[in-house]
Design a protein around this ligand. Structure first.
Ligand code: 5GP
Length: 207
């Protein structure tokens, strides 16, 4: 085996498209990818603290960390702040681990500016009607927040062309398989540090 840096995968898509389930599926399927835990100023939903899905902070502490440049990216979404702590991501990449961020398009665009090697994947619902139905099924939604999420989903979809890959989330298993294939394909790219392979013990190519 030869050693090289890990790869950074960004997964975005409208709320209700099923990003969370795809992430869970890929974590169960592969042991070479880790999920970045975001920080947020929003209130935890039922069971979220125990699941460790986010680090929950007050708005003040979150803003303090922005001032100290502790985030790789951050964004305000539906009135709450969300951000990716920078240090654990770069540490994981340096150690050769692949890492996945489940973040919105505003954050993805920021990552694109500072880390152009990242791979950007966009998750789409099978149709807008399907998205509306999925949003309706979430019991945490009120009529007002449903409308906000629906219109912001339409806005988010406009950014699809800035991404490298898309996954239409029809069946979960197929979507997880697609993400799995994307991760595998990326690890086989010749333009990705192939000299490390040729210099590794199995090849011993001298410079
Ligand atoms: P929710 O409040 O439903 O958990 O998440 C709302 C939105 O915030 C989702 O689209 C999710 O992908 C996005 N999000 C979660 N964590 C982050 C983050 O660290 N940065 C950014 N930019 N978006 C995030």
């Amino acid at each position: 085996m030869f050693e090289r840096k890990g790869q950074l995968f960004i997964l975005s898509g409208p709320s209700g498209a099923g990003k969370g389930s795809i992430v869970k599926g890929i974590m169960a399927k592969r042991d070479d990818i880790f999920l970045s835990i975001s920080a947020t100023s929003r209130q935890p939903r039922k069971g979220e603290v125990e699941q460790g899905s986010y680090v929950f902070l007050s708005r003040e502490s979150f803003e303090e960390k922005i001032k100290k440049s502790e985030y790789l990216e951050w964004a305000e979404i539906f009135g709450n702040l969300y951000g990716t702590p920078k240090e654990p991501v770069f540490k994981a990449l340096e150690e050769g681990n692949n890492i996945i961020l489940e973040i919105d398009y505003q954050g993805a665009l920021q990552v694109k500016r500072v880390y152009s090697d990242a791979i950007f994947v966009f998750v789409l619902p099978p149709s807008l009607e399907d998205l509306r139905q999925r949003m309706l099924k979430r019991d945490s939604e009120t009529e007002e927040s449903l409308k906000t999420r629906y219109y912001s989903a339409l806005e988010e979809i406009h950014y699809l062309e800035r991404y490298d890959y898309f996954i239409i989330n029809d069946t979960l298993e197929e979507s997880v398989n697609k993400l799995d294939a994307i991760i595998t394909a990326q690890s086989c790219r010749v333009d990705r540090d192939v000299l490390s392979l040729l210099r590794s013990n199995s090849w011993k190519l001298q410079e």
